[in-house]
Design a protein around this ligand. Sequence first.
Ligand code: GLC
Length: 484
Amino acid sequence: MKILFAASEAAPFVKSGGLGDVIGALPAELSKNKDNEVAVIIPYYGQLKQNPDIEYMTSFYMPLAWRNTYVGVFKAVVKSKGSVRTKASNVTYYFIDNEAYFGRDSLYGYIDDGERFAYFSKAILETLVNIDFDPDIIHCNDWQTGFLPLFLKALYSKVEKLQKVRTVFTIHNIEYQGKADKSFLPEVLGIDESWRNVATQDNCINAMKSAIVLCDKLTTVSETYSHEIQYAYFAHGLEAIISENQYKTCGIINGIDTSLYNPSTDPKLEYNYRPASMAGKAKCKAQMQEMLGLPVRDDVPMVAMITRLVKHKGLELVEWVADNLATMGIQFVVLGTGDKHYEELFKFLAYTHHDTVSAQIMFDPVMANRLYAASDFFLMPSKSEPCGLSQLIAMRYGSVPIVRETGGLVDTVAPLNIETLEGRGFTFKVFNAHDMLGAVERAAEFYKDKAKLEKHRKAIMKLDTSWREPAEKYMMLYSEIAQG
Ligand code: GLC
């Protein structure tokens, strides 16, 4: 099967969050099946222009409403060799070039983001008309590619080359929908009034809504999230549309790149370790304590948070009981950047409790892996969480998750039974600060039983959280809709 992933980011080229990780890993996994031909298409952002692996391919002009716009297409091929246990992968990356839209410092956050990604979505289809690649499936991701199914149906239905294409749309986060003014339909998209209803939600043109309605299959990045977004609490206004389209919806949990996140080979760690030889983990912890200026002690559990410092990650709960966390006999380490309010909160907490709290207000992938390795527990009290990847990485590094029961956290972290050691982590249900604190207290208590802790750690490190199974599920989904 031929599959094209359309997205606004893809590791290793460009990544601002979990979406980039997914688009970096899932296509590679699918390409291990030699019957598949897999490609990814993303914008050619300013920051990619220095990348020597990316080569010019072709260019043409494309009509977009009343304008005629330039579309450049660049290309790179990423292969992995494979090993005794893993097969080789081979993914072609295409990049859409337009200096005015994408030659900027950041990926998002501009006043014309709607127009930039509308252009991108149409340019993808126009590229397929112009190059020698005929996908059976275009797999769109989040609002940035939400207008693609609309363009396909409204403007390309008579183009022979695209007639067999079927679309999958994946919601990674329903909060960001790509909303635009009513005039956007004729002025920017150049699509006629007969499509207005499909593209409109609450008096706005809405990229995500039109994709939900027009795609052939809708997926979310965990099963629980696919149910949650039928409710107003999670759906940011789209609950009715989600419910109406349940018949074509399913949730497929994300995996992680287990060759990249592997404590036994991770070059970012000073000391490597694996279930059969765990000494390195204690050394990683001692080294981290020393580096952060915390007392080097093995009898005190280290609880880590690695996150964007924004409200829906559950930081209001942490704020509410911040003093308790600082004085309950744990070491609490936070790594991340985000809202000034939370950055200041953690800096102040670390200043007033320098023996128990460390605030690393930065984005630092090396430090992140070292903290996964050093920590005993990993706190993720999210208000909502479509999937979450950090809890999977934490488990791979033997850090026991403490999570709120929402979205992908429900599907990946079953509550731990401390007698039988069934389950995976410490969980709490209600979005309440003291319920979270209770879960941290239970974790700290569990830490005292070193034998049990060690046994459980090894068990979660051995879990298969790779892309193997999720990729199989996507293949089944593609097969259901492909026209052959
Ligand atoms: C978004 C979600 C996160 C998910 C990621 C990848 O960032 O917030 O939960 O893991 O997308 O799908």
